[in-house]
Design a protein around this ligand. Structure first.
Ligand code: FE2
Ligand code: FE2
Length: 197
C-alpha cells in the first residue's frame, strides 16, 4: 500500500476491511489505484488522492437514518433530496468521519471525500481525480465507465472528463426516474462555464 507521513494507512485499511463487505473493500482498493494513476496523469498530489480514495466510502455502509442523524449532528447541510435519498450523504458524512475518527486534517483531502458523489461548484483538480477514480476504477464494468476510461486514455482534459462523469450520473438518475440532486446540476453548470471561458 502507499505511505503518508503521520498517517497509519495500514491501520485504516484493516479497519475498513473489517467493516466493509468484500465487494466494497475491493472497490476501495480499485479507487486507490485509479486515483494514483489519475493523479500522476493530471499532476495532482498522489498521496492526497490516494488518501481521499482510501476513505471516500468510509460511511457507505451506514443506513439512511444513521446518515441523516450524523449529518444533523455534524451540521452538514441536508437537502430535500438527501432526506429522500440519504445514501447520498455518505460523502459529506464520510469526510467528517475521516476527520473525527481517522484523524485526517488535510482540508483538500476532506473536501475531495465530501464531494465524491455529485461534486461541487468549486471543484479542485484533486476533487475531480477522486470523483473520476470512483467512477472508472477497474471493478466498474458499466458502459459509461469503459467510455470514460477510453476518453481519459485518449487525452481528454480533467474538466471535460469530470463533466462527462457528472453527465453520466445525471442521465442515470433521469433514466431511472430518481431524484436529481441540485448539487449535480450546479457542479455541471460551474464546470461548463469554466471550460467555456
Ligand atoms: Fe461513494
Ligand atoms: Fe465509491
Amino acid at each position: 500500500m502507499f505511505t503518508i507521513r503521520k498517517i497509519d494507512v495500514e491501520k485504516i485499511l484493516s479497519e475498513l476491511k473489517g467493516q466493509m463487505k468484500p465487494k466494497r473493500f475491493q472497490h476501495t482498493l480499485g479507487v486507490i489505484q485509479a486515483a494514483r494513476d489519475l493523479a500522476q496523469k493530471f499532476e495532482v498530489d498522489v498521496g492526497k488522492a490516494q488518501l481521499a480514495a482510501l476513505l471516500h466510502d468510509c460511511a457507505k455502509c451506514m443506513d439512511g437514518n444513521r446518515l441523516i442523524k450524523m449529518a444533523e449532528e455534524y451540521g452538514i447541510e441536508i437537502d430535500m433530496v438527501d432526506r429522500e435519498v440519504p445514501a447520498m450523504l455518505h460523502a459529506p458524512v464520510g469526510a467528517e468521519l475521516a476527520k473525527r475518527k481517522y484523524g485526517i486534517n488535510d482540508e483538500d483531502v476532506l473536501q475531495a471525500i465530501a464531494s465524491h458523489t455529485v461534486g461541487s461548484e468549486n471543484m479542485t483538480a484533486l476533487d475531480k481525480v477522486v470523483i473520476l477514480a470512483d467512477t472508472i476504477e477497474s471493478g466498474r464494468r458499466t458502459k459509461n465507465a469503459i467510455l470514460l476510461r477510453e476518453m481519459i486514455s485518449e487525452g481528454t482534459s480533467l474538466d471535460e472528463a469530470t463533466i462527462c462523469c457528472i453527465d453520466f450520473k445525471i442521465k442515470f438518475v433521469i433514466k431511472s426516474k430518481g431524484l436529481l440532486h441540485p448539487k449535480a446540476v450546479s457542479t455541471r453548470n460551474a464546470l461548463l462555464l469554466k471550460i467555456q471561458k
